[in-house]
Write a protein that binds this ligand. Structure first.
Ligand code: RUQ
Ligand code: CUA
Ligand code: CA
Length: 658
């Protein structure tokens, strides 16, 4: 059991003000958890839980047993034997590694890492000119940022399900949005969103709110979690009352921001509706507090809805402002400016205490928004939010149709195809399965309705949880993955930084079954589980896609233009087209390398000792690097990627004359 993590926190009710001594509690109960574990038990729960908060599953809902009938599970059903392939891809963020990962499900095998905001020595991401141009550089050509923090990955849609074209991921640190092509599974575009900090939640739209022909993704919604002075140029640093958060819509094709909305409170996670009409973000800091005790001062926060069509009409009509230096039109989504529902751009639905996570049900009818510091998940009905925007509902709170008590520290919710929701309970270290219609009946007063169907222990402290195809109308109710924040004793110890756990749960039956512990490198937040038939990749590039391609090995050579030298090279196992190439000290050298091998999987590498250069070229791919030859001498350029029996012999010499 996991109660050791929280049971000692009852003494922390004096929390507001001084953080408790972290040394008093063991291991998990460090300062990192103060905000959640301490606050959740001492302050937050008082809001909604009429009686005292239940310590475990018992007392909440059906109180189903938490023990796993381990002996009865046939684990081999979830193994993928040698030579066979997984049924699903799991696309995952990599947290503060700045990258994305791809796993096979159910095996949990890591298939690939996609460098995005980080540097990657293996492929040369952040080294080659092409990748630097995508990541973004300073005027002197060096990378503008070297770090990133990816949380949320979502793919492009057509007709309510994934179209296999693109994946989008946020960078929380520097406020950037990246796009990844799904055919090559490489990042092709990164933009920096103006005037935001803490860009956290992101979601693609699923269709256009107005044009029925556009039944596919054309927008990406981006929520900013941290409020800052606008513009953030040194003014108002001492006046937090002037800090604001902004919600941004980016064009998924051009990757240009289309519009922004100035709001009250902050954004956290983001969701989109199936009809394209609404985007949503949960708000945990409606207080606009600067310190955590201020951020949990109020019993109610909100889930904020954006009326996409109305916002775009307002932009068209020019009802916008601009924040100094930015071309992006900004509309006013604050409460004061949107008092009349019939013209409002935004709708603020009150939700108990510091909610985290907002997820759309696959039938498009509901949003689940969890309380985090309240043991509840609020169910908001999509049609009722539209009714409010039509002026037919008096109070935004009337859009809430259920608010079941599901357990402690509820965060993220996934859905199956049978009307059930699965929510991660951070403090309880459990996944709770609850039935949406039963929750609605119970909220209406039906005492026989039992929202909670089942619960299962996970190990430990789950963050995100998600179901197979669960964020599409093709949700299939087969798997749930719990991405846990602490693994403790689940894997061999590997020093102070533990492996993380992604636990695989079979949700196809009435009872959830924990069927595998997958270790993952720190620290995935959100993932999506995508059926393998949706993803169509290419294994070989087309040489014509690369403007710099050296299309004929005979075009190889050293071309001088003053101090600028271009070296054109090709590779074909086991040799480079130039056995040696000569430059002079002080030259600015650009090496262009095209791989002429056409065989699938025949990738070469190119490394230059002491010049800190290495990258790979995949079949038919071209890459380039630029550097100043400031060190005279002989430098053996060698192939880094094992390609041939003569791989070690696959070399060339860079001769830098003094
Ligand atoms: S949010 S679990 Cu980005 Cu919950 Cu990480
Ligand atoms: Cu080419 Cu190794
Ligand atoms: Ca709050």
């Amino acid at each position: 059991m996991t109660q050791d993590l929280t049971q000692d926190n009852s003494n922390d009710s004096k929390l507001s003000g001084t953080p408790p001594d972290p040394g008093r509690r063991k291991f998990m109960n460090t300062a990192a958890l103060v905000g959640l574990s301490g606050a959740g038990l001492s302050l937050g729960l008082s809001a909604c839980n009429k009686k005292s908060a239940p310590a475990t599953g018992e007392g909440v809902g059906a109180g189903a047993p938490v023990a796993q009938a381990g002996g009865s599970i046939d684990y081999t059903k979830y193994e993928v034997p040698p030579g066979q392939l997984d049924e699903y891809y799991s696309f995952s963020s990599g947290g503060h590694s700045g990258e994305c990962r791809i796993y096979g499900i159910p095996s949990g095998r890591e298939l690939k890492r996609i460098p995005v905001f980080n540097m990657d020595a293996l492929v040369g991401w952040g080294v080659t000119n092409e990748s630097k141009a995508i990541i973004g550089t300073k005027p002197d050509g060096t990378l503008k940022y070297h770090t990133g923090d990816t949380h949320h990955v979502h793919q492009s849609y057509a007709d309510g399900t994934y179209d296999g074209k693109y994946m989008f991921v946020n960078d929380k640190i520097h406020g950037r949005l990246a796009r990844i092509r799904m055919d090559t599974m490489e990042c092709d575009k990164i933009i920096e969103i103006p005037n935001v900090q803490g860009f956290h939640g992101t979601f693609t739209d699923k269709r256009d709110p107005v044009d029925p022909k556009i039944n596919y993704t054309t927008r990406v919604f981006c929520g900013a979690e941290f409020a800052i002075p606008l513009p953030n140029d040194g003014r108002d640093v001492n006046d937090p009352s002037k800090y604001k958060s902004i919600f941004t819509c980016v064009d998924s094709n051009t990757m240009e921001p289309r519009w922004q909305v100035l709001i009250d409170g902050n954004c956290d996670l983001v969701a989109s509706s199936y009809d394209g009409k609404l985007a949503a973000t949960n708000q945990y800091n409606t207080e606009m507090g600067m310190h955590y005790e201020d951020m949990m001062a109020s019993e109610m926060d909100a889930c904020l809805f954006f009326n996409v069509a109305r916002i775009e009409e307002a932009v068209k009509a020019g009802k916008v402002s601009h924040i100094a230096g930015s071309k992006v039109p900004v509309v006013d989504g604050t409460k004061a400016a949107n008092a009349d529902p019939k013209t409002a751009l935004t709708c603020y639905v009150p939700i108990p205490k510091n909610p985290h996570g907002v997820n759309t049900s696959p039938d498009g009818k509901y949003y689940a928004c969890s309380g985090k510091l309240s043991p509840t998940a609020s169910v908001i009905e999509h049609a009722l939010v539209l009714k409010w925007f039509d002026g037919e509902l008096a109070n935004p709170r009337d859009t809430v149709v259920a608010e079941p008590e599901i357990g402690l520290g509820p965060l993220h919710t996934g859905f199956d195809n049978k009307g059930n929701a699965y929510t991660t309970l951070f403090l309880d270290s459990q996944i709770v399965k609850w039935n949406v219609e039963a929750a609605i009946k119970s909220y209406k007063g039906d005492k026989t309705a039992k929202p909670v169907v089942d619960r299962i222990d996970v190990h430990y402290q789950p963050g995100h949880g998600f179901t197979s195809m669960g964020e599409t109308r093709e949700s299939d109710g087969r798997y749930f993955i719990s991405d846990n924040k602490f693994s403790k004793d689940r894997f061999l110890p590997v020093g102070p930084l533990h492996a993380e756990t992604a636990q695989l749960i079979d949700i196809s039956g009435n009872k959830m079954l924990l069927v595998a512990d997958h270790s993952v490198y720190s620290e995935p937040h959100d993932s999506i589980i995508v059926r393998r038939d949706i993803i169509k990749t290419r294994q070989v590039y087309n040489m014509d896609e690369f403007p710099l391609a050296v299309k004929d090995p005979k075009d190889s050579g050293v071309f001088r233009n003053g101090k600028k030298v271009t070296v054109k090279l090709t590779s074909q196992a086991p040799s480079f087209s130039l056995r040696e190439f000569k430059v002079k000290k002080g030259d600015e050298v650009t090496i262009i390398l095209t791989n002429h091998d056409k065989v699938e999987d025949l990738t070469h590498g190119f490394a230059i000792p002491k010049y800190d250069i290495q990258f790979i070229v995949n079949p038919q791919e071209t890459k380039s690097v630029t550097f100043v030859a400031d060190k005279p001498g002989v430098y053996w350029c060698y192939c880094t990627n094992f390609c041939h029996a003569l791989h070690l012999e696959m070399r060339s010499r860079l001769l830098v004359e003094a």
